[in-house]
Every structure is written in structure tokens, then in C-alpha cells.
Design a protein around this ligand. Sequence first.
Ligand SMILES: N[C@@H](CCC(=O)N[C@@H](CS)C(=O)NCC(=O)O)C(=O)O
Length: 221
Amino acid sequence: MTAPDDAPAARPRVFGTPDSVYVRIVRLTLIEKGVDHELVPVDPFAPEGLPPGYRERHPFGRIPAFEHDGFRLYETGAITRYVNEALAGPPLLPDDARARARANQIISIADSYAYRALVWGVYVERVEKPAHGEPSDEARLVGALDEARLCLAAIEALMAGAPFLAGPQLSLADLHLAPMIDYVRQAPEGAALLAAHPGLAAWWAHMAARPSLQQLGLAAR
Ligand SMILES: N[C@@H](CCC(=O)N[C@@H](CS)C(=O)NCC(=O)O)C(=O)O
């Protein structure tokens, strides 16, 4: 049964849509921690707009918003680090300060550069717009592919041959980047770009097989 929107619930609640990159990052983190959660539907792109009162949870009107046992939080990086520290389950950041700095660096690269290029510049222009009969902005696509190439090369260099982005074990960095890679690879140019980065391509192949990604329907198309 769904708790009323404003009643504290012990089971963490994530507010958003299942296809949102940032909602997926939070849900992947919860699933990898082994924490059950509830997805409360909030669609910022719905014609009717955000539900009344949603900006009390997220003043910027984005998704996800998050609540755990009465504690409200927004901003994905804050949410995933809170989930990692406050809830039971396997640790998702390395103990070593330098390895943790790498994970945080990759999360920042994903937020600052990759999200816009991979998701909005490549996926939306090449896959989503044509699927809705809208023309692609070819100039934007070309610029985004350049930026995407830079992102993949930089992240692959930081991996330094490790199986996961920040070392030998899964971390929040992997869960942050995976939903972005899942979108970009659906564009033929994005798939080619991934294939041209063998370390990241191998990373994606084993990430795509993880039960958490499969549970959320990533890597399905
Ligand atoms: N800085 C935010 C970004 C969240 C974000 O951009 N979410 C997108 C969906 S993936 C959104 O809410 N877009 C709605 C809009 O731009 O109005 C975070 O880290 O949570």
C-alpha cells in the first residue's frame, strides 16, 4: 500500500519517473544496497506540470526527490551518498582516499559534462526526437558527439584498466554513469563511440548483466 504523500514511511521513497537518468541512479543504488523502496510517480514533463506541493520537496522542480523515515533530500549525489552511508548493505565507495576521490571525480564528470552530451545531445537528438517525428538538430548532435568522445576517453583513462570505474569493486561512480551510457549506446553513433573505448565497452558489458540494471530495464533495447 502506498503511504500518503506527506506521511513519514520507513521504506525510502523516490519521487520521479522510471526512465529518468537521475531517478535510475538513485534506484540502482538502493537496489545494490539491497534496500527495498517505493517509486512515487512525479513527471516534470507532464502537460499538467508538477503535482501541487512537489516544490516543497524539490524547490528546483527536478526529479528525483527522496525521503527516508521523514528525512527529505534532493540532489542525486547527496541522496546516493546518504543511502550508502546511512543504510545497510555493501559499501559503494572505496575506503582509500584516492580511490574515493576518483569515484567522486567520475561522478562529477558524469554530472557536469556527460549527462548533457550523452543524453540530451546524442540520445535525444538521434533517437528520441526522430521517434516522435521531430527533426534532429544535426549541429547539436555533432557537437555533443565531440563532447561525448572527450567524456568517454577521460573516464576510460581514469579507470586505468580496472574492471569498475574506480577500482576493483562496484562504486557509486558505476551506478552514476551506467544510466547515461545506456541511453547513449542506443544511438548508432553512441554505440560506435562506446565500442571505440574497449575498457568502457567491457565495463558496460558486465554492468549490463547486473541484476540491478536488469531489474530497472536498462540494457533492454
Ligand atoms: N542536479 C539534479 C539533476 C536532476 C535532473 O536534471 N533531473 C531531470 C530528469 S533526469 C529533471 O528533473 N528534468 C526536468 C527539468 O529539467 O525540468 C540531481 O542531481 O538530482
